[in-house]
Every structure is written in structure tokens, then in C-alpha cells.
Design a protein around this ligand. Structure first.
Ligand SMILES: NC(=O)c1ccc[n+]([C@@H]2O[C@H](COP(=O)([O-])OP(=O)(O)OC[C@H]3O[C@@H](n4cnc5c(N)ncnc54)[C@H](O)[C@@H]3O)[C@@H](O)[C@H]2O)c1
Length: 269
């Protein structure tokens, strides 16, 4: 195992809710590899109190920010720059929420105010995170910005509902802003398309257990865990991946390239 891959690097981690969160596992791995960061989440999530445990473990400060609010993001960056003593080398956007999914609305009976909320929280916030970063000139050259996506952006998974549109938009924003960030600042922007993972956001989707099991059997390597994802994020924040940008990176144990697997054939026989 290589050590101190992220020594001297500083950044922001959005979206650690509890020990199962992809952002939580990422914070632990980034810290282990020498990276330092500010943790942030929506004020309502902070009130659950768990993030403080993580903050203590990682010697990190916590600043509340609703990722749909430009003002909150500006405040977050200003304070984080002071705390970290300089500009950022990495940002992780690990945010997703659909009121329609959460409240069990059928795809043929969506509430459109909620649909807009889904898009704002789960996709436009990624644009806001980068637009504020660009306007404040807060990224160091050769920095790395990541968001988390899901293959429902390309293929239909009925119960994923309006989150599928949010992920398609998220990936598109990654490409468009990736261009600007590369040209203006040599910063790379990518999305990671992760296997189904047992987390609060993940298990909110109806039939998640079946879904999880199916993906596991359809992936030659099995589903990638939150910890595997955290390791991949560390690699993407490190200097070993400086020329990777504007990509949607499949982190799914081979799911996206498989037509069928013997394991699944055995199950369906
Ligand atoms: N779990 C899966 O199966 C899976 C698969 C692929 C991609 N992803 C994506 O990974 C990311 C992280 O999700 P997770 O699975 O770790 O679940 P999680 O529930 O632990 O994380 C989602 C986070 O989004 C935060 N959030 C919601 N609204 C917010 C707002 N307005 N401002 C700031 N933060 C807000 C929540 O507080 C929470 O911390 C999401 O983008 C999710 O769609 C998850």
C-alpha cells in the first residue's frame, strides 16, 4: 500500500452523513493518506450530530452549507480557506436527494416542484460548487473535483425515478465545467459512476435489496463497496491521475460492460 499519496493537499468534502456514507469513508481514507479538509453538509444533516465524530477522528472542522445556496457555498469557501491556510486541491461532491423518491411518488405522478428540487440538490449544486470556486479563484492548479453518479443516467432503472435525470444532468455539468476548469486553471473534473451501495441515499430506492443483489451478480468483480469507492477517490485526488478529466468513470466491478454473467444464469435457471 502506498502511503501519503495526498500529503500537503487540502480540500472540501461534501456529504458525510453517517458511517455508511461514501463521503464518510472517503474522509477517513483521505485523512489516512495525509490530506486535510473541511467537512460540510446541509444544516439539517449536521443536527443529527454524527459528523462531529468523524471530524474529531480526522482533525477536521465542520461548516454547514446547503449546497443549493450560492451564499452558503461562498461562506464555506471563505471560512475553509482561513482554516486550511490556503486554496484547495480537491473537492468531493457526494450529494443526492429526491423528494419524489423519498415520498414514494410514482414516475407517472411526479410532483414537479419536487422534481426541480431533485435537480437542484443532486445536479445544479455541482455547477454552483464549481462556479463559486471559479469566481473566488479558490482552486490550486492541477486540483481535482469529483461528483458521484449512477448508471441510471444512461440506462433505465424504473424505481430510480427523477434521480436518473439528475444524474444525467450531473454528468453533463461535469463535462461542460470540466472544459472551463481545465482551460482556465488546469483543474480536472470527473464523475464516478458507483455500484449500488448500502447507504441512507442508496437504500431509499424501492426494492434496493433486490437491485443490489442483481448488480452484484451482474458484475464480474461484484459490487464496489463504499470503501472501494473511497480508495478510487483518493487515487483521483492524487497526482497520479492529473490528465484524466471530463470523464464519467465507471466504478462498478464490470457491471456496465457485462451482458449476462454465469452467476446470474445459474440464479435464473
Ligand atoms: N448509495 C448508492 O447506491 C449510490 C450509487 C451511486 C451513486 N451514489 C451517489 O453517491 C452520493 C452520496 O450518497 P451516499 O450513497 O453516500 O448516501 P448518503 O445519504 O450518505 O449521502 C447523501 C448526502 O447528501 C446530503 N445532502 C442532501 N441534501 C443536501 C443539500 N441540500 N446540501 C448539502 N448536502 C445535502 C445528505 O445530507 C447526505 O450527506 C450521491 O450523489 C448518490 O446519489 C450512491
Amino acid at each position: 500500500m502506498v502511503n501519503n499519496l495526498l500529503e500537503g493537499k487540502k480540500g472540501i468534502i461534501f456529504g458525510a452523513l453517517d458511517g455508511k456514507s461514501i463521503a464518510w469513508k472517503t474522509a477517513e481514507k483521505v485523512y489516512e493518506q495525509g490530506g486535510r479538509f473541511v467537512l460540510t453538509n446541509a444544516p439539517v444533516a449536521l443536527r443529527m450530530g454524527k459528523i462531529q465524530e468523524l471530524a474529531e477522528k480526522c482533525e477536521a472542522e465542520v461548516i454547514g452549507a446547503d449546497a443549493t445556496s450560492v451564499e452558503d457555498i461562498e461562506n464555506l469557501y471563505t471560512k475553509s480557506k482561513e482554516i486550511l491556510g490556503g486554496n484547495f486541491d480537491f473537492i468531493l461532491h457526494s450529494i443526492g436527494m429526491s423528494p419524489n423518491v423519498r415520498k414514494g411518488r410514482d414516475y407517472g405522478d411526479l410532483n414537479y416542484d419536487w422534481f426541480l428540487k431533485t435537480l437542484d440538490i443532486s445536479a445544479l449544486s455541482f455547477h454552483k460548487v464549481m462556479q463559486v470556486a471559479e469566481k473566488m479563484d479558490i482552486m490550486n492548479e492541477w486540483g481535482s473535483i469529483l461528483a458521484l453518479s449512477y448508471i441510471a443516467a444512461q440506462r433505465t432503472f424504473p424505481d430510480y425515478s427523477d434521480m436518473a435525470q439528475a444524474k444525467a444532468l450531473l454528468e453533463s455539468i461535469g463535462r461542460s465545467y470540466g472544459y472551463r476548469m481545465a482551460v482556465n486553471k488546469k483543474v480536472r473534473v470527473n464523475t464516478i459512476s458507483q455500484s449500488p451501495t448500502v447507504t441512507t441515499a442508496g437504500s431509499g430506492v424501492t426494492g434496493f435489496d433486490v437491485f443490489f443483489d442483481y448488480a452484484d451478480k451482474m458484475s464480474p468483480l461484484g459490487n464496489a463497496s463504499a470503501e472501494d469507492c473511497a480508495n478510487y477517490i483518493v487515487a483521483m485526488f492524487s497526482d497520479f491521475t492529473r490528465m484524466v478529466t471530463m470523464q464519467n468513470l465507471m466504478h462498478d466491478g464490470g457491471f456496465s460492460s457485462s451482458g449476462i454473467t454465469n452467476e446470474l444464469i445459474e440464479k435464473l435457471k
